[in-house]
Design a protein around this ligand. Sequence first.
Ligand SMILES: CC(C)(COP(=O)(O)OP(=O)(O)OC[C@H]1O[C@@H](n2cnc3c(N)ncnc32)[C@H](O)[C@@H]1OP(=O)(O)O)[C@@H](O)C(=O)NCCC(=O)NCCS
Length: 156
Amino acid sequence: MSSKSSAAPDNSVNASAEARLQTIRVQLPTDKELVLKTIPMPADCNANGDIFGGWVMAQVDVAGAVLPARYVDGRMATVAVNQFIFKQPVRVGDILSFFAAVTRIGTTSITVQVEVYAERLRAQGHYVKVTEASLTYVAIDDNGKPRPVPIRSIQR
Ligand SMILES: CC(C)(COP(=O)(O)OP(=O)(O)OC[C@H]1O[C@@H](n2cnc3c(N)ncnc32)[C@H](O)[C@@H]1OP(=O)(O)O)[C@@H](O)C(=O)NCCC(=O)NCCS
């Protein structure tokens, strides 16, 4: 007759895996706006099988431009990536949510903080912060030169 303990599920293993997950799960920000959602595909992978950092940076650049686009009333360009942190790897099939907030409006430039959260494949509804970045965009004229951010757009 088999003992009762050998037939029981190993709850200690499940509990420690759950504890590890809890340490990296986070709440979504309430002080930032959801500006983009996307899902990376196998073609976006690096040699490790994770998502290529350059792909993530491109998405962050697009997401970061959404709020400045509301202010600049025309053309703009990315002038600087002030900070970029890859906190956790991004994987094929993750549902990525990009949140942004304007942190500074200068004379011709707007700086934005972007945070990226992943819902892992088969763990939807649980969020892991994978990336955070700060980028600066400049309003430009038809000749590609800086122009002032329209005051009326700042006031509305
Ligand atoms: C964006 C661009 C027009 C700015 O021209 P510039 O002559 O360098 O501009 P300025 O020195 O007058 O600075 C313009 C604004 O950008 C800000 N800025 C310039 N360099 C910066 C930097 N390294 N970090 C943060 N902000 C910066 C300035 O503080 C200024 O903001 P403010 O007017 O709100 O104070 C020019 O640099 C350019 O065309 N760059 C290429 C843009 C591009 O191709 N982006 C895509 C890259 S993949």
